[in-house]
Design a protein around this ligand. Structure first.
Ligand code: UDP
Length: 237
């Protein structure tokens, strides 16, 4: 399958049309951005690592019954995905308090949450992706009904349940993550975008070492080494 016209360029990926109007090619970029793109950088090989990591995780989720947009990996940095209309809600699920949650609510950094916390953020760069509640989602018309929001919450929790236990067996704590969903031509909600160290926080369970984009956000260095370690642990038998 060949890349046709560029449809969209985001911070971490480009999306291209293909000869099949139901399929797109996603290209994973080496670019890194943080703090709503105020901090920018690049890490050679990062796109290929995220493509591999995300593909593995989407396969694991598919096996457990989560419908995704992924069709297949094409090469190091490209994957074939189904066309869907992205719901402009970032679904964040958290197991441990850190990042914006600690800043907003004053919880202790690293505190385990009593249950997986699901939050919705409005996917809008100009507004800085604000935290929104259910009624905001409905006022903005981001979904049709309250039941769509319940479904997003259910999927977020289910993805968390599957991945948290998968990573626990690999000495990684899934601290939190962000997922995006789309609606395909039949009205089915599909997991879309990616799940990678760009969109998750992974801490080594024993040492608490950060193995995700916080290494870039906080200038800790060894970004690629950390992403390689995550892939190695995912592939470990
Ligand atoms: N996240 C993301 N994209 C965003 C915002 C957050 O992938 O635009 C992920 C982030 O990597 C983390 C989780 O969502 O795994 C929660 O992020 P948080 O709200 O703590 O934001 P931050 O501290 O990065 O501002």
């Amino acid at each position: 399958m060949e890349k046709h016209a560029l449809l969209y360029e985001g911070k971490g990926k480009r999306l291209y049309k293909t000869s099949d109007e139901q399929l797109l090619i996603a290209e994973f970029k080496d670019d890194l951005t943080a703090f709503n793109a105020e901090k920018r950088g690049s890490e050679a090989g990062k796109g290929a690592l995220n493509n591999k990591i995300s593909t593995q995780l989407f396969r694991i989720l598919e096996e457990k019954g989560i419908a995704t947009h992924l069709v297949k990996t094409l090469d190091d940095t490209h994957q074939l995905v189904k066309v869907c209309r992205i719901i402009p809600i970032e679904v964040v699920v958290r197991n441990v308090a850190t990042g914006s949650l600690v800043k907003r609510l004053g919880l202790n950094e690293g505190a385990e949450l009593p249950f997986p916390l699901v939050e919705f953020y409005y996917k809008d760069d100009a507004l800085g992706d604000p935290l929104i509640n259910d009624e905001h989602c409905l006022v903005l018309g981001l979904v049709k009904s309250e039941s769509d929001l319940e479904e997003l919450r259910r999927l977020g929790r289910e993805i968390n349940r599957i991945l948290k236990s998968f990573f626990a067996g690999r000495n990684l704590t899934l601290v939190d993550f962000k997922v995006e969903f789309g609606i395909d031509k039949d009205g089915t909600i599909l997991l879309a975008d990616e799940i990678s160290p760009d969109s998750c926080r992974f801490w080594d369970t024993a040492t608490k070492e950060k193995l995700d984009k916080d290494r870039f956000r906080q200038g800790l260095g060894d970004v690629k080494v950390a992403y390689e370690e995550v892939l190695k642990r995912i592939l470990a038998q």
